[in-house]
Write a protein that binds this ligand. Sequence first.
Ligand code: ARG
Length: 600
Amino acid sequence: MTDLRSRLGEAVSAAFEEAGLDPKWARVTVSDRPDLADFQCNGALIAAKARKASGSDIAADIAERLRANPCVAAVDVAGPGFINLRVSESALGGRANALAGDERAGARKIVQPRKVLIDYAGPNVAKEMHVGHLRASIIGEAVKRIYRFAGDEVLGDAHFGDWGFQMGLLIVACADADPAIASLLEDLVAEPPGFTAADEQAIDADLSARIALDDLDRLYPAAAAKAKADDDYRERARRATAELQAGRFGHRLIWRHFAQVTRAALERDFHALGVDFDLWRGESDVDPLIEPMVAELREKKLLIEDQGAQIVRVARSDDRREIPPLLVVSSEGSAMYGTTDLATILDRQRFFNPDLVLYVVDQRQADHFEIVFRAAYLAGYAKPGALEHVGFGTMNGADGKPFKTREGGVLKLRDLIDMAREKAAMRLQEAGLGVELSPEEFESTALAVAVAALKFADLINFRGTSYVFDLDRFSSFEGKTGPYLLYQAVRMKSLLRKAAAERVTAGRIAVREPAERDLVLLLDAFDHALGEAYDKRAPNLVADHAFRLAQSFARFYAACPVLAAPDEATRASRLGLAALTLKQLELALGLLGITTPERM
Ligand code: ARG
């Protein structure tokens, strides 16, 4: 199952070799003049420079050697030595039929699968999700699916922020809001003798009745603001955090309740967005590792004392900028964000031993990861080169700053999804779509359109680029949008349904019309696009492929009648092409975390 581009690449390499030229020059790329050629090779120009010979002479010689190749319909030389290649109809047809018979629609698996862990989303207890978390979820999910589809053994971990100062803040806020909670925290220093599972359940039930998600959402911002202004309050929260981390029983119970409530809500909202994690390891899970880890770092002579704090120096003599040390234990004696990340690396090494860990996290944390990774390599907690930060830019508001709601707050995931779903429902109605759907199916279709709008708008940009949130534009059925893609996919599905009703079946694909050629050339390029997306951790290349495929299908569908084709063989061929396009488009959208509805 090789793509035409690689096959032509091999043929051109062989021709270079026969001509006594270095085959490494024989790179074949998609033509930048599709009106003239399908593929091109600029290698004759490079060879001419190296040989001090004429580029057009070399190109003419290579072209002559390629003429007999059955894959090649035409080969000519343009300008100073560009070799232009046109693929033969038979090669295109052969490739299309091979793709039609392949459940992966041409996507090859990687030769050496690895163990890959993707650290993405990183939501926190109580602290609201902001746009950084949203982008991390969308991009991380796509990267995870692309890696898994390529054949790697992949785990996606939410790396739940369930530890640290915010927990102390919440404990204090809940105690102040409810005397019953205050006395529970006061009384339950350690596990009481004879404490049973039933006792624990009773406490859990009581906590559930007293503290719901809304309460956390309300109490946390107020507590965070108060701690900024009020030293005593901050000190109480700090102490509560320390007591929780020291294992005080009541504190542990209430903390577990916070984490459960938040996680259940997050999982539900993430799932609506088509984001599902394999692991919800919390920052708390690695807490027990920290003490022995610190001791080990000291033993390895990596940990040094600096103004009362414990640090690991990670700067190298060839650094071109100053790299600060990793702060492991603060002068107050607490473990830091980086400490948790280092312990998490150690933990992952023990339970999974990954070949690669991809951290899909906001670009603004680049320095943090550089420092943590260096420390991890020094300590031997990760295979050399196995840790990689996959950063991304921000989603901005119209003012060019990270997106905020009209009230100036961060947008909750739930609200964002609701907003996008309402907009999608409106758009469907405006477009006269969805009229035949039952109310339930209309709702689920609107959700699918909303998710496609949000995700595609994000993923079509290279992740490093920032973009402006514009729900109106994202939700349009026209332009480079998720809804446009879904609309094209749904058209394909309805065509296939209609064909089935008329008992027309797909058959051997033959490629004749220009629109058929273009479509097959694009279908052929799927494997290459996936390979690049994999290597560069760049889902936008899959998004771009999906968009071009949908566009190419629309042109094909306009130019080449399918069910009304002139003869049976053409009808069967075009139907086969439509079915193949749908298969590949759905695969590509699936890799982006976008599901296609059956109808609209
Ligand atoms: N919870 C963190 C935050 O909200 C993001 C975690 C990113 N992942 C990591 N391994 N540090 O900023």
